[in-house]
Write a protein that binds this ligand. Structure first.
Ligand code: SF4
Ligand code: SF4
Length: 388
């Protein structure tokens, strides 16, 4: 109850309402769990609007596990677990339309890939502009350029003998939004001598379920991925995406689960092929899942520093969530846009040649309004790596 976390909370900064900050939300959760408070729409709305960015948790002197508190509270609300007279509201993420979107598109890599092929067709026949204009929030969140869909069968042949094998987790966006990063990851890992095991059966990491009140489904998805990646010949399981890494690391795996930029940044320079210089100025956006969950604020910069001549500018606003936060970007569009605005201003003033982010949700949210693509850092490395 000290309140040290409150000024660090992005949603509190927007509304200045104690109930939209961590201390207020903890009090609401406590009131619900003790039966002193009813789950009214107002109470649930304050709990819903939390981004789970965990800025509060990272500054708390008492090490309060806020992330676990909010996940458990949403799950209890979704399950009507609180023993109290009025059970009149549940988290927004449990509404039928969001559950449908999560279950059938956003957490289904292949379905998302098929939707992507359709969007690329619209782009080809010059109808995508119309869709962006009149297609509602979903269409507004599309990046300026749609990457080519990733096809599992067309992995390029490695150019050098491979001595170790790693698993590659590509997430639900791996065939669509994040396909360029998947191709770049395979290229760079192969160039470093790693064979890449890319099981087509891999499923969603469960992040949207974990933070949307469905802890059981999240745990089942993690267990399914553990089964799929249970290969004793893997030296590591590499994850593209900081948010997915945080979710998968909740479990113990047969091999270490490591986020891609961290894995690559830690490979000593002498083991890298010669990288061609790139004199671009690149702005670095750091996702909350990278800084607060993985506690790793340096790997993107350390990785990109391997490219000769590159100029790197970490964003001054990296201490604040961009507002994407998984499904939040769709469920709370005004909040998401308000939190993105200072970052866009900063980027417009900087005018960098490129922008990178190690999480596809943040990258897409920024790019959709910036009018410039936001790449995964590995894409820049691949471009400098043996003609990648
Ligand atoms: S997780 Fe982020 S949005 Fe939620 S209470 Fe903490 S600082 Fe605020
Ligand atoms: S969560 Fe931590 S920092 Fe925030 S009010 Fe409680 S004790 Fe203080």
């Amino acid at each position: 109850m000290c309140g040290i976390c409150v000024p660090h909370c992005p949603t509190f900064a927007l509304t200045q309402n104690e109930a939209d900050g961590p201390r207020g939300r903890i009090s609401l959760a406590l009131g619900l769990s003790e039966g002193r408070l009813a789950a009214t729409p107002d109470v649930v709305a304050h709990l819903d609007s939390c981004l789970t960015c965990r800025a509060c948790e990272s500054v708390c002197p008492s090490q309060v596990q806020y992330g676990a508190i909010i996940d458990a509270t949403r799950a209890a609300l979704a399950n009507h677990d609180f023993a109290q007279p009025a059970k009149i509201a549940t988290p927004k993420a449990t509404e039928r339309r969001w559950r449908w979107l999560r279950a059938h598109i956003l957490s289904q890599r292949r379905s998302f890939g098929r939707v992507w092929s359709l969007l690329r067709f619209f782009e080809k026949i010059h109808l995508l502009g119309l869709m962006r204009r009149f297609g509602g929030r979903m269409a507004h969140t599309l990046p300026p350029a749609l990457p080519v869909r990733f096809q599992f069968k067309t992995q390029p042949a490695p150019r050098k003998p491979l001595t170790q094998k790693v698993g590659l987790f590509i997430g639900c966006t791996g065939e669509s939004l994040n396909s360029d990063a998947v191709r770049a990851s395979i290229h760079v890992l192969n160039a470093l001598g790693y064979a890449v095991h890319l099981p087509k059966a891999q499923v969603c990491c469960g992040a949207m379920h974990q933070h949307g009140g469905d802890l059981r489904q999240a745990a089942e998805l993690r267990a399914e991925n553990q089964r799929i990646f249970a290969d004793p010949t893997l030296t590591a399981i590499i994850v593209i995406g900081t948010a997915c890494t945080g979710e998968l690391q909740r479990e113990t795996w047969g091999a270490p689960v490591i986020e891609l930029t961290e894995f690559l940044a830690n490979i000593p320079d002498e083991l890298w092929p010669k990288l061609t210089p790139n004199s671009a100025t690149v702005a670095i956006h750091l996702p909350c899942s990278q800084t607060r969950v993985l506690n790793n604020a340096t790997s993107t910069e350390r990785l990109l520093r391997k490219i000769p001549a590159i100029k790197l500018v970490p964003l001054a606003s990296n201490d604040r969530c961009c507002g994407a936060a998984g499904l939040h970007v769709l469920m709370f569009p005004e909040q998401a846009d308000a939190l993105r605005a200072p970052k866009l201003l900063e980027l417009k003033a900087l005018k960098p040649d490129g922008v990178v982010s190690a999480n596809i949700g943040c990258a897409t949210h920024l790019a959709s309004k910036l009018g410039q693509s936001v790449q995964h850092p590995v894409e820049l490395v691949a471009q400098s790596c043996a003609g990648g």
